[in-house]
Design a protein around this ligand. Structure first.
Ligand SMILES: Nc1ncnc2c1ncn2[C@@H]1O[C@H](COP(=O)(O)OP(=O)(O)OP(=O)(O)O)[C@@H](O)[C@H]1O
Ligand SMILES: [Mg+2]
Length: 381
């Protein structure tokens, strides 16, 4: 395939080079489209070949309205608020909207058939039709993503008392006390950015928040391996348009997590986008003790195991490393005796001594320094 691709690309290049317009021959305009512009041979993307590039992105609310109007222009829709339908169709692309309109129209026709009316003359769209349609047509971007309510709860996360409290307030208060929010004229948070060293439960916190709110969680990963700045810029701009689109969508909260917050664009930090920024630190002594407790809940511990002493001896360990330690301890006990049902302190010692924490004091300082600079500017948290 690869060789064939290269041959086709160079053939196309040759054809385009020989396609110079003269005054007598106006020439040919070549228009091409792609889903992955980065996969296009750079030789084709230079001046003289494909020298104009435009991004055709996911439609915004206004564009969605225009598309809906276009596909329903032949059927009366007097009682429908197309604008609110467009607002609720976040993430739908043109093809999705077309499918949505088709299903809505089908539903309207079905209704007039049942009522024995003249389909051509008497069909008209109602909000009910749109409801039927949207239960059938989901935005294609979410196809293949399993959307589930995570089973992680706040109790599965050790330590991080302050972070948990702030998250609970941001997630649970707007649901439990909507009247209080409207009384004081405040709007709930729209975006929460968690930052801090790897393995310290940023993702787990987001899952626990989704669980508490009883809403599905799905995660998108800004691929860290694609260091191409064009790719990350596109991701960023998609995120920004999406977040602006969410202004109308009530009850949507965007969580983002990063280990490198200083790489994020200032545009993302604008109030109204990520309006709460929380540092998720590595666990302190009490935090480590709680994490060890969480991950040994289902383990039988011999009385010589002193988790507090272990917490003291595991400074710089992240939550992920402590979780890994507990997992390994069970294996160590089994390695000694395949019939073992209890773990001893010696198993903890063996595993702990074989582990080296990946964090250092300096690394932690640099992770937490973003918090200091950002809170000094006074616009965050
Ligand atoms: N405070 C904690 N309490 C209990 N378990 C924890 C805690 N922190 C981390 N863990 C364990 O470590 C695992 C990894 O944590 P998580 O994926 O949430 O880290 P993260 O901060 O999102 O890391 P990354 O930056 O690499 O994405 C969790 O599945 C959990 O088992
Ligand atoms: Mg994570």
């Amino acid at each position: 395939r690869k060789g064939q691709d290269v041959r086709i690309a160079s053939q196309l290049g040759i054809l385009m080079d020989s396609n110079k317009a003269t005054s007598s021959t106006p020439g040919v305009v070549v228009v091409a489209s792609t889903n992955s512009v980065d996969a296009i041979d750079p030789a084709l993307r230079r001046y003289g070949r494909f020298d104009i590039e435009t991004d055709v992105t996911v439609p915004n609310k206004k564009e969605r309205l225009q598309i809906l109007e276009l596909y329903t222009r032949k059927i009366p829709r007097n009682s429908c608020d197309l604008e609110s339908i467009a607002a609720s169709c976040n993430g739908y692309v043109g093809a999705d909207l077309w499918a949505l309109c088709r299903e809505a129209i089908k539903s309207a026709i079905r209704r007039s058939l049942i009522a024995k009316k003249d389909v051509k003359k008497d069909s008209s769209l109602t909000m009910e039709d749109w409801k039927n349609a949207s239960s059938l047509v989901q935005p294609s971007i979410t196809r293949g993503i399993t959307v589930e309510i995570p089973d992680v709860t706040w109790n599965d996360i050790g330590g991080l008392k302050d972070v948990k409290t702030k998250l609970r307030q941001a997630v649970e208060w707007p649901m439990k006390h909507p009247a209080a929010f409207s009384r004081l004229g405040i709007t709930p948070n729209r975006g929460i950015l968690l930052h801090g060293p790897p393995g310290c439960s940023k993702t787990t916190l987001a899952k626990a928040a989704a669980n508490a709110a009883n809403v599905p969680f799905f995660s998108l990963r800004g691929d860290s391996s694609s260091s191409s700045s064009a790719a990350s810029e596109r991701l960023l701009s998609t995120l920004l348009t999406e977040m602006d689109g969410l202004e109308e969508a009530k009850g949507v909260l965007v969580f983002a997590a990063t280990n490198r917050p200083y790489l994020l664009d200032a545009a993302l930090m604008r109030p109204g986008r990520f309006d709460m920024i929380l540092y998720v630190p590595p666990p302190d002594l009490e935090g480590r003790l709680e994490i060890l407790n969480v991950h040994t809940r289902r383990m039988k511990l011999q009385s010589d195991v002193d988790l507090r002493k272990l917490a003291e001896d595991t400074e710089l360990f992240t939550g992920a490393e402590l979780a890994g330690l507990c997992r390994e301890v069970g294996t160590a006990a089994l390695r000694e005796n395949i019939d073992a049902s209890v773990v001893f302190d010696r198993h903890f010692q063996i595993v702990k001594n074989a582990l080296n924490p990946s964090l250092t004091k300096e690394a932690i300082d640099s992770y937490s320094s973003f918090r200091k600079t950002s809170s000094r500017s006074g616009c965050l948290e």
